[in-house]
Ligand binder design. Structure first.
Ligand SMILES: Cc1ncc(COP(=O)(O)O)c(C=O)c1O
Length: 388
């Protein structure tokens, strides 16, 4: 796959490109969008072929018989994650933000609390707040430049109101792959406080050498309270198809989730199912090459950041989202954001939207053509020239 191929996404209804001027004041013809988590790459050819086949037939009716689609998910999880998934345990939602919302509806009531390990992917809090649930923010600690959890502290924050916890694994925005020992600690925490645990593993295919372990394998002993969420959408850059996998082993938990699916009339769109099936069946080599390419991009970004005094990027084990701390520049937020957006012409996600602990950070999505990234990094370095 040629990830260097230039692709113009301006005026294509791309959120990342076509909304950045409105959101960040960065002109897409001059600047670089490094915010929303999608990539500027075409998916594996088989995904586009699947859509072409649909278009060739030219009829877009209701989708039925999803056996081959489920088999494709089972095959991928077995091959790539050593995870034996029962096809009957899979639900298809409209992506994982929708999946999160359906979990909130299924397993908590209005007024209950939900634990988030912050800073963390911002849509979790958006969904929880909109559903009139409360958030208990268990803040991650930075030790030796990476996020770790402190369960003694989190235990003391529990007041009996929490019914659910959401773990982001691998972690967005910190790029951590949690170790098996850490996953077991999260599982024990969920047991201790009687929480349903949602493990959002949407980023689990994009890793840089370290091995990700799915929570279901790390802690099968908590199956009765575990909901797994995965998707092909980040992995294969098909987020627009809005299709996610919710995988639940426990019968009672599954029945509750199935009821919410019914109550909300949730059933997937056929385009998503065609695309996901093709990706999971044929995308292995593509993902291996993607990770290699992204690793090169990661190094370019890290090398640039390392040259700017007071600015630090967290070492990424997974995801194409670099988490960069500006706290040691001594600048106020408005100043460094002004330099990034106005001088470097880069739109990056503001850290405070990720919850407590994210305030001094910006998140940079580096999943773009290397040439585009290199130019953006030249501008970034220039914008902080006076510090060097
Ligand atoms: C951890 C995490 N979960 C979910 C999503 C979005 O999921 P979807 O597009 O399937 O709603 C993202 C997107 O960046 C994410 O980082």
């Amino acid at each position: 796959m040629n990830f260097d191929k230039a692709i113009n996404r301006i005026n294509t209804h791309s959120d990342k490109w076509d909304m950045m001027e409105e959101n960040y004041g960065v002109d897409p013809t001059k600047g670089t969008p490094m915010w929303v988590a999608d990539m500027d790459f075409e998916p594996p050819i088989e995904v586009n072929n699947a859509l072409s086949l649909m278009a060739k037939q030219g009829v877009y009716g209701y989708y039925g018989n999803d056996k081959s689609y489920r088999e494709a998910i089972v095959g991928w999880m077995g091959r790539r994650h050593n995870w034996d998934v029962d096809p009957d345990h899979i639900f298809s939602t409209h992506g994982l933000v929708n999946g999160t919302a359906l979990c909130v509806q299924s397993f908590t009531n209005v007024g209950d609390s939900i634990v988030l390990f912050t800073p963390v992917y911002h849509a979790f809090s958006r969904v929880i707040n909109a559903a009139d649930r409360k958030i208990i923010e268990c803040e991650l600690e930075i030790n030796n430049g990476r996020y770790e959890m402190n369960f003694d502290k989190y235990d003391s924050q529990m007041d009996g109101s929490a019914k659910m916890a959401i773990l982001c694994s691998p972690h967005n925005p910190g790029g951590r792959i949690w170790s098996i020992a850490e996953l077991k600690q999260v599982a024990a925490f969920a047991e201790k406080h009687n929480l349903i645990l949602i493990s959002d593993e949407i980023h689990h295919d994009i890793t840089f050498g370290s091995k990700h372990t799915v929570m279901q394998n790390a802690a099968p002993e908590i199956s009765e309270r575990l909901v797994m969420m995965t998707a092909a959408t980040k992995t294969f850059n098909i987020a627009g198809c809005h299709t996610g996998n919710i995988i639940i082993v426990d019968n009672k938990l599954r029945a509750k989730f199935a009821k919410t699916m019914k109550a909300t009339g949730t059933s997937p769109n056929s385009f998503g199912l065609y695309m996901v099936e093709a990706a999971y069946k044929h995308g292995d080599k593509w993902v291996d090459e993607l990770c290699e390419y992204l690793d090169g991009n990661r190094k370019i970004l890290d090398n640039t950041i390392a040259k700017i005094p007071g600015v630090k990027s967290m070492e990424l084990e997974a995801t194409y989202l670099s988490w960069v701390d500006f706290s040691d520049t001594g600048m106020c937020k408005a100043d460094y954001i002004d330099r990034v957006q106005k001088q470097a012409q880069i739109a990056s996600s503001h850290g405070d939207t990720f919850g407590t602990g994210g305030e001094t950070f910006l998140r940079f999505n580096f999943a773009t053509q290397r040439e585009v990234l290199s130019k953006a990094m030249e501008r970034l370095q220039k914008a902080f020239n006076d510090l060097q």
